[in-house]
Design a protein around this ligand. Structure first.
Ligand code: SAM
Ligand code: F3S
Length: 447
């Protein structure tokens, strides 16, 4: 096979990173494509897009604008657009940017080889943005480990239909992979040296995988099975919904030490009025209660959340309830966004009533509050010994190595690169704004 080169630009979430890896795997198997980080030298350029917020969507067309030049230089180059923008816009993308050869959705990335052949043969844009349920996973090549950590997607889509969110429309309704398929994928990765697995899903705790004997396996049970895999030392999952945070999942935090002491549990707002308008289907008290019980099960857990500020009609009082909630649950990490109306979602029709300045100011206040709690969390780490999975040389380029603690905090420290892929004990010595510093503990330090 020739060594044609593939460049993939990914926007958005971890789910998209995962899908991009799978696109590369599929095309390596079918056409022998090798992935490159240099767009100019690629024979096939793919954009894996995100439409969760307006800004992400705008980036798609500005990126395609940049690629126009390369296509003009070499018209045999192929360009594909996948992900949620493709799913939402379909053929309209090719109308606006005729240079696009292939348009595919999150659920049809396994059909890329045929789509590329089709576009290459007749010169017309090949489009497939259907939702063929879970077929995607059955058609993907064997998983390939790339370092000691890996993502495994266990379900697709979302059926919650929060009023602000496009995901149910772009990725379809919730569909879970069968339990055995997930376990086999995890086993294969561990055989290749993976030590930490993050289970992925838009609503990963809505997982209901078919199990032998007509049984149904939920996330808590899946974690119990993964716990039994020798060599797999750490398990994470993301993203969860507060409503489906079951008692058995809380118990797993008490009883499965392999489950990391880090939880990303989006709440979006601390105001019951806004939560109602968002159709999150729970109140602030439910969130507080879940977190209290999770902390009883795992006292040192680091809590992360998602917040939207400036949802239509959000008042100062509503916003202050969000700030108050952040303190009450001690949220020490967060992804926070200004509300972005998404075409086709119910909230897009609501009267906004919050000025752009107010939204920007609220975002700043919220981020400062989370930073305070994050700094305090990191300060409390100083002097503690943490188990760190060494993932790579430090990006600081000073000969150090880097890995993450169970709390999902990056630590840089002196040590040989031969430790990459291993868990080591590290004494935390310093807290920096975005990472920690440490030194190898005990015998390793002396070696
Ligand atoms: N499944 C997750 C949950 O339970 O909330 C969230 C998935 S969503 C793709 C990721 C985050 O993007 C959301 O938690 C929300 O904070 C943010 N988001 C989604 N739609 C948004 C919008 N229209 N404007 C601003 N932020 C949005
Ligand atoms: Fe979106 Fe709500 Fe689902 S934020 S991904 S519709 S839980």
């Amino acid at each position: 096979m020739s060594s044609k080169r593939l460049y993939i630009k990914t926007f958005g979430c971890q789910m998209n990173d995962y899908d991009s890896t799978k696109m590369a795997d599929v095309l390596a198997r079918s056409h022998g494509y090798e992935r490159t980080l240099v767009a100019e030298e690629a024979d096939l350029l793919l954009l894996n897009t995100c439409s969760v917020r307006e800004k992400a969507q705008e980036k798609v067309f500005s990126e395609l604008g940049r690629w126009r030049q390369w296509k003009a230089e070499r018209p045999d180059r192929l360009i594909g657009v996948g992900g949620c923008v493709a799913s939402q816009e379909g053929e309209a993308i090719a109308k606006r940017e005729p240079l696009v050869d292939v348009i595919f959705g999150p659920q049809t990335l396994h059909r890329l080889p045929q789509l590329i052949d089709q576009a290459g043969a007749d010169g017309r844009t090949a489009v497939d943005i259907s939702f063929p349920e879970i077929e995607k996973f059955d058609r993907l090549p064997e998983p390939r480990a790339d370092g000691p950590t890996a993502f495994v997607s266990i379900m697709e889509g979302c059926s919650k239909y929060c009023t602000f969110c496009v995901v149910p429309y772009t990725r379809g309704e919730e569909v879970s992979r069968p339990m055995e398929d997930v376990l086999v994928e995890c086993l294969r990765l561990v055989e290749q040296g993976v030590r930490e697995i993050t289970l992925l899903g838009q609503n990963v705790n809505a997982y209901r995988g078919a199990a032998p004997g007509g049984e149904v396996c939920d996330l808590a049970l899946l974690i119990r099975y993964l716990d039994r895999i020798d060599g797999l030392e750490r398990i994470r999952f993301t993203t969860s919904h507060p409503l489906e945070f079951s008692d058995s999942l809380i118990e797993a935090f008490a009883e499965v030490p392999k489950l990391a002491s880090y939880l990303h549990l989006p709440v979006q707002s601390g105001s019951d009025r806004i939560l109602g308008m968002m159709k999150r289907n729970h109140k602030r008290e439910l969130y507080i209660d879940r977190i209290r019980r999770i902390r009883e099960a795992r006292p040192d857990i680091s809590l992360s959340s998602d917040f939207i500020v400036g949802f239509p009609t959000e008042s100062d009082e509503d916003f202050m309830q969000t700030i108050d909630l952040i303190g009450e649950v001690r949220c020490d990490a967060a992804y926070s966004f200004v509300y972005s109306p998404r075409p086709g979602t119910p909230a897009a029709n609501l009267y906004d009533g919050v000025s752009a300045e107010t939204k920007a100011r609220r975002l700043e206040i919220l981020q400062a509050r989370v930073r305070q709690l994050s700094d305090a969390f990191c300060q409390r780490q100083i002097g503690l010994t943490q188990s760190v999975l060494v993932e790579r040389p430090s990006r600081r380029g000073n000969g150090q190595i880097a890995g993450r603690t169970s709390h999902n905090r990056w630590v840089n420290f002196d040590g040989p690169e031969s430790l990459i892929g291993q868990f080591v004990d590290v004494v935390i010595t310093e807290a920096m704004p975005n990472s920690l510093r440490g030194r190898l503990a005990g015998e390793r330090a002396a070696a």
